[in-house]
Design a protein around this ligand. Structure first.
Ligand SMILES: Nc1ncnc2c1ncn2[C@@H]1O[C@H](COP(=O)(O)OP(=O)(O)O)[C@@H](O)[C@H]1O
Ligand SMILES: [Mg+2]
Length: 270
């Protein structure tokens, strides 16, 4: 098998790869057995994500979105079907190789942040580089640069968990972007933010991704992101629909917007 690590050191995708998908799945399903019943949070999902694309997945709670993201990230092997990462079967790699791929080239941006206690903002952002063996001073210099990029002062003395949720999500963005990943998986990254912070985070993430040619696969119901994306996928009962696909449950964008408004109302009521 090709050595993924060598390939990853090579850093930038080579020309012919840019026209091929970075992530591709062929009929993937996940099945859990709970007592005597079988649950299938993801059923027969076939999907292609091109380099530099911003792909939005939305759909009701329990639709299988987070399970799908885990499978795409190499964290959870599908029970049926295959995931290809840069044309190579992701689950043919060993666990260690997949860990290295994630460490170097995949970032994850969840809804709630996890921070390393006792580390300040700069060191938390520098962590992905320190884990790759960068020297502390080089990693910290780059961390400060990325904090400035996302509009957070590197001189702040608080620990990240003392910041507002909007500021925390910006620090998390700096941490996701610092290693210049090929792809960022984001799972409802702005669900807890006020609308001003959502707009700011959306703008920083999408602008930087465009500049650095980073692919983004994101679960979100936020219109700030939807407006910025051309590829929307809707997930329901484990199945994924392309919004342009005639078979999808929505017939036009208006229905999608109405659906999102309804979701937001529900979130507010919860
Ligand atoms: N490890 C697991 N064991 C059993 N059921 C699971 C497991 N992970 C997820 N599920 C079930 O799969 C369904 C989809 O979950 P999830 O992927 O978190 O949906 P979403 O992110 O769209 O809200 C849920 O009904 C959930 O209970
Ligand atoms: Mg989820």
């Amino acid at each position: 098998m090709k050595n993924p690590i060598k390939d990853i050191e090579n850093n930038k995708p080579i020309e012919h790869e840019l026209s091929a998908p970075i992530i591709e799945t062929l009929g993937i399903s996940k099945v859990y057995r709970i007592g005597s019943t079988m649950v299938s949070p993801v059923t027969d999902v076939t999907l292609q994500v091109g380099y530099g694309e911003l792909v939005i997945i939305f759909g009701p709670s329990g639709a299988g979105k987070s399970t799908l993201i885990s499978m795409l990230m190499g964290l959870e092997k599908p029970d049926v079907g295959e995931v290809f990462f840069k044309g190579m079967s992701l689950y043919n790699y060993t666990d260690e190789q997949r860990t290295v791929i994630r460490l170097k080239k995949i970032s994850y941006l969840p809804q709630a942040q996890y921070w390393i206690d006792n580390l300040g903002i700069v060191d938390n952002v520098a962590l992905p580089l320190l884990l790759q063996g960068w020297s502390k001073s080089r990693a910290r210099t780059k961390a400060k640069e990325y904090l400035t990029k996302v509009g957070i002062s590197p001189d702040l003395k608080q620990s990240p968990d003392q910041l507002s949720s909007g500021q925390q999500q910006k620090v998390a963005l700096a941490r996701a972007l610092i290693k210049d990943p090929w792809i960022i998986f984001a799972d409802e990254p702005t669900a807890h933010l006020d609308s001003k912070s959502v707009d700011e985070v959306a703008k920083i993430l999408v602008d930087t991704a465009e500049k650095q040619k980073i692919t983004i696969v994101m679960v979100t119901h936020d219109l700030s992101f939807l407006k910025l994306s051309k590829k929307w996928l809707f997930m329901q009962d484990g199945r994924l629909w392309n919004i342009e696909d005639k078979k999808n449950p929505f017939t036009d964008i208006k229905q999608v917007i109405d659906y999102i408004d309804l979701q937001k109302e529900k979130e507010r009521e919860d």
